[in-house]
Design a protein around this ligand. Structure first.
Ligand code: GTR
Length: 406
């Protein structure tokens, strides 16, 4: 997996030499105690807010939840399915939450919460799942940006619902497009306009993009989960793949109710170090997906060394909670080595807080997961979430969330 840097001019000055130390504050003060870390943590969140993902606007937009469907004998009797509509603000905006809870366990279930790419109806073949109501990408059976019955189960291979239930875990999922459809429209659709001040027509340069809105939606889903007696509010893992892995990391960083944070192939703007300039670079991501980040982030295209943060600091914001990073060998675009290094460089924060960070020293071989309080694996194959990935996430949850069956 030796790679050439994809950044023009890289090598003249090694941006890695400017990597910020998680345990040194911006002003140079060392972080020596848990209390110091609390201050550094707040500083890092502020830096990611101002320069990378954007700030969540201060306006308060209430969300009320309505249970619109439930079946205690779903999934051949193995699960309880619930479908909940989150009414966002007063203008009819909605986010749909789909929840499966295992029936064969006693007590509230630990669960995984993740956003999906194409609509809740695409995560499994269950015909009772309501079709998405929002704009969806045109994709296998979904034409004209309309969710269609033909796309039911389209992404079922990425969601290990059978095995999750068998191991005593629930699954909660929301379609990312309910929060913000994934294309650049200057933030006229999705939830952004609900937060505009009078006269405002787009987010300010330091205000949130799509990833910020997706992360906000994960926290709103969590608001529901903590109030549902079937879910264990102390054992909710937030998980995401690729662009939605970036959102999961940012949600987990900001919202400490998430007990565990899992990134799958999240790459640039996710778990991978930007300063390595391997695979997708800051310029590449800003050019193709300008709507994911705040506008201030565009200033760092080809200027990674000037970023006041790098992505190991995002992983460090999970501390002392368990955080897991998964890579795929052939997913060079997401820079597996950069994802591994990031997990390793976040680990001193865990050490400071009395936890074991990432075990071992170097990049592990394929299929040999490392599991401290920081976990990492690389598996053979390309970009995607596989059964292997889910099995390791469940192993990691068994280790840290006291097991699926407790
Ligand atoms: C790619 C993008 C990545 C990653 C991926 C995905 O095109 O360059 O940052 O997020 O999409 O979300 O599948």
């Amino acid at each position: 997996m030796t790679q050439e840097s994809t950044r023009p001019g890289a090598g003249l000055l090694d941006p890695m030499a400017t990597l910020p130390d998680p345990l040194i504050c911006l002003g140079g003060a060392p972080v020596r105690t848990a209390e110091d870390w609390g201050q550094r943590r707040a500083e890092i969140i502020d830096l990611f807010s101002a320069h990378v993902y954007g700030r969540t606007p201060p306006a308060s937009v209430p969300v009320t939840f309505e249970l619109v469907e439930s079946d205690a004998a779903a999934w051949q009797g193995r699960a309880t399915r619930k479908q909940i509509v989150g009414h966002i603000g007063a203008a009819g905006h909605q986010m749909d939450l789909l929840l499966y809870l295992p029936n064969h366990r006693s007590g509230p279930a630990p669960l995984f919460l993740g956003l999906n790419f194409y609509g809740n109806h695409t995560v499994c073949d269950d015909p009772a799942v309501r079709l998405a109501h929002s704009w969806t990408p045109d994709h296998a059976g979904q034409g004209g940006n309309r969710p269609a019955a033909e796309s039911r189960g389209l992404s079922a291979g990425s969601w290990a619902i059978d095995e999750l239930l068998a191991r005593g875990y629930g699954l909660a999922t929301v379609y990312c497009g309910d929060l913000d459809p994934d294309y650049d429209d200057g933030f006229q659709n999705g939830i952004h306009p609900l937060f505009y001040a009078p006269g405002q027509t787009r987010p300010h340069a330091d205000e949130w993009g799509a990833i910020g809105a997706w992360a906000w939606g994960l926290s709103r889903a969590m608001d529901y989960l903590v109030a549902d007696a079937g879910c264990d509010p102390q054992r909710v893992a937030v998980m995401g793949h690729s662009r939605l892995g970036k959102a999961a990391l940012w949600a987990g960083a900001q919202d400490e109710r998430f007990a565990m944070i899992i990134s799958n192939d999240s790459g640039c703007g996710g778990a991978a170090l930007s300063r390595r300039c391997m695979g997708e670079t800051v310029r590449a991501i800003n050019e193709r997906f300008p709507h994911w980040f705040c506008r201030n982030f565009a200033a760092y295209s080809d200027r990674e060394a000037d970023l006041p943060v790098d992505q190991h600091l995002l992983l460090a914001l999970a501390a002392p909670r368990p955080v897991y990073v998964a890579s795929a060998e052939d997913d060079a675009w997401a820079d597996p080595e950069g994802e591994h290094l990031s997990a390793r460089l976040a680990s001193p924060v865990y050490g400071l807080l009395g936890q074991r960070g990432l075990p071992g020293e170097g990049m592990p071989p394929a299929n040999q997961p490392l599991m401290g309080r920081v976990g990492y694996h690389v598996r053979p194959g390309g970009h995607g979430v596989t059964a292997y990935d889910w099995q390791r996430f469940m192993d990691f949850a068994d280790l840290h969330l006291a097991g699926g069956f407790s």
